[in-house]
Design a protein around this ligand. Sequence first.
Ligand SMILES: C[S@@+](CC[C@H](N)C(=O)[O-])C[C@H]1O[C@@H](n2cnc3c(N)ncnc32)[C@H](O)[C@@H]1O
Length: 252
Amino acid sequence: MVWRGWDNAEIYHRFVSEHRIYRRLNQRMVELADLVGARHVLDLACGTGATALACLRVLDMDADLTGVDASEEMVEVARANILDPRARFHVAPASGVHDVLDDRFDRALCNAAFWQFPAAGPVFESLARVLEPGARFVFNVPAERVEGERHAIHPFQIALARSLEARTGRRFDAGSLTRFTLDDDVRFTYTGVQRELMELMTIPAMIGPLADGLSNQDWDQAVLEARDRTDPDEEVQVPWMFFLFTFRGQAP
Ligand SMILES: C[S@@+](CC[C@H](N)C(=O)[O-])C[C@H]1O[C@@H](n2cnc3c(N)ncnc32)[C@H](O)[C@@H]1O
């Protein structure tokens, strides 16, 4: 699990606090989940609590929110930062939420995580055991994960790929992999600056798949080179897609 370790939890938490991108995605997710009147909300892959915070802002005082994440460290940071009595957090993989939760939920949200799950099927099966019939579930993925969607390859990503290629001799393909083909979707384009993508690349979980086989020093050099070739204030458009589901019934 690439999100284990205090480095990930603390650096991710700082990134989310300092940069707008995940806050904006979470805000949009909360709008689409329609939390008006919601009683029991599940935050799947809750991380350090950014989605939970966005939900708690609009939830009724007698509603509750349950965050679940596979990384103990991410959950610990969420527990330390969110003292709202309506919130509680558990450690479990997304495919095993039914093992740790007895409650039934009328909303579920999953921000910036779904494509990282090893398989979607077991996650839907687990969710079906904890969602009430009629419950709404919303998740999102970067548009580049969706077949037929346009790719956003930004100057910093290209510069980093070139620096890594020069060091490793490996080809870094910025092309997309098909992950989801679903009907009910909403497009949302985040507008920010290159600096955010640069900072994202200081989170170990983001670095892991790219830096495989590189020394720390080589990785740092590659990032510095890529930063030098990119304007941190240049505007970026980052397209995401949100998927909305209604659970019709529970698993047998
Ligand atoms: C980019 S963070 C998003 C966290 C949070 N939703 C937010 O908006 O800030 C991705 C999260 O997915 C979690 N994750 C990845 N794979 C998982 C899995 N199989 N089961 C549960 N959580 C998982 C990671 O531990 C990490 O906390």
